[in-house]
Design a protein around this ligand. Structure first.
Ligand code: NAP
Length: 308
């Protein structure tokens, strides 16, 4: 029986663990098979306070994990396959094999990359199609690449990929970027980056590996085949909340709704990070909400006298 079980090992989950561990609550953190969350797939993090010269995403997550471990967080690797929230204590099944019980639960399962939804996209994932420039950029030395999307992720990935590629074309469905001004300016001044406006990827070409993309201009309807060796898709994320559908209150896009801090509609269940935040979605806001969730869980346990 655990005082606090945390699901998720991104900035929200690990910050919740640091706070819960320092409150002597001996938290158990279930970290999933891909530990560290979305920051492990990013490069330089320049806006996380405390790192004047920036820090690499994977290194930041390694440090957070070590900090949580130092105060006595117990880690369990595995995927949560079901959660019983109707009974107390809550029962959390891992990989369908093992069940742990919790007096309070902090959900910090984050969000996942959204695919375009093309048949060839799924087939060629890992063979030229990627959602992680940090992970796969190195494989494309001297090649031409394509990045899909116009947000911060897409433009940062495009800039990063110019370290390897000869040319990076950013395909965006509008004629204006959504990315922040500073990132836009950097990309506009990078001579290896080209922009293909008002266009979407209609199909991904290639038998065994990606050889190109079929683009459609959404204004003229014109189709163009563009040769490239890799396609990086960065069109946003969706919250990982399928496990809680029908039980926790969510908004239309599936983000968990929190109130009074990190509380959900079930007493003793809290949510932190991107899983409950469709607006800010930053590492620092995720970490902040992880802190809130741990403090709320601690107060909940105090109020109930741990009698659950
Ligand atoms: P985002 O801001 O939601 O941008 C998604 C982009 O993909 C948009 O340009 C969108 O076009 C486009 N898009 C969406 N669906 C599409 C589709 N089906 N086909 C083609 N294009 C599509 O997502 P993000 O870039 O992943 O960023 C998420 C959040 O993280 C943001 O708040 C961002 O500021 C933050 N972030 C921050 C940093 C940083 O500060 N270092 C780095 C990365 C991300 P429209 O513009 O037309 O909607």
């Amino acid at each position: 029986m655990h005082n606090v079980v945390i699901i998720g090992s991104g900035p929200a989950g690990l910050t919740a663990a640091i706070y819960a561990a320092r409150a002597n609550l001996s938290p158990l953190l279930i970290e999933g098979w891909q530990s560290g969350g979305q920051l492990t797939t990013t490069t330089d993090v320049e806006n996380y306070p405390g790192f004047a010269n920036g820090i690499m995403g994977p290194e930041l997550m390694k440090n957070m994990r070590a900090q949580a471990e130092r105060f006595g967080t117990e880690f369990l690797i595995g995927d949560v396959t079901s959660v019983a929230l109707e009974t107390r204590p809550f029962a959390i099944a891992i990989d369908g094999e093992r069940t742990v019980h919790a007096k309070t639960l902090i959900i910090a399962t984050g969000a996942s990359a959204i695919p375009i939804g093309l048949k060839n996209e799924a087939r060629l994932t890992g063979h030229g199609v990627s959602t992680c420039a940090t992970c796969d950029g190195f494989f494309f030395k001297g090649k031409e690449l394509l990045v899909v999307g116009g947000g911060d992720s897409a433009i940062e990935e495009a800039i990063f990929l110019t370290k390897f590629a000869t040319r990076v074309s950013v395909v965006h469905r509008r004629d204006k970027l959504r990315a922040s001004k500073i990132v836009q300016d950097r990309a506009m001044h990078n001579e290896k980056i080209a922009f293909i406006w008002n266009s979407v990827v209609e199909d991904i070409l290639g038998t065994d590996v990606v050889t190109g993309a079929r683009l459609k201009n959404v204004v003229t309807g014109k189709l163009t085949d563009l040769p490239c060796a890799g396609i990086f898709i960065a069109i946003g994320h969706r919250p990982n909340t399928a496990l809680f559908a029908g039980r926790l209150e969510m908004d239309e896009a599936g983000y968990i709704q929190t109130r009074d801090g990190a509380a959900t509609n079930i007493p003793g269940v809290f949510a932190a990070g991107d899983v409950q935040d469709s607006t800010y979605r930053q590492a620092i806001t995720a970490a902040g909400s992880g802190c809130m969730a741990a403090i709320d869980a601690e107060r909940f346990l105090e109020t109930t006298g741990h009698n659950l």
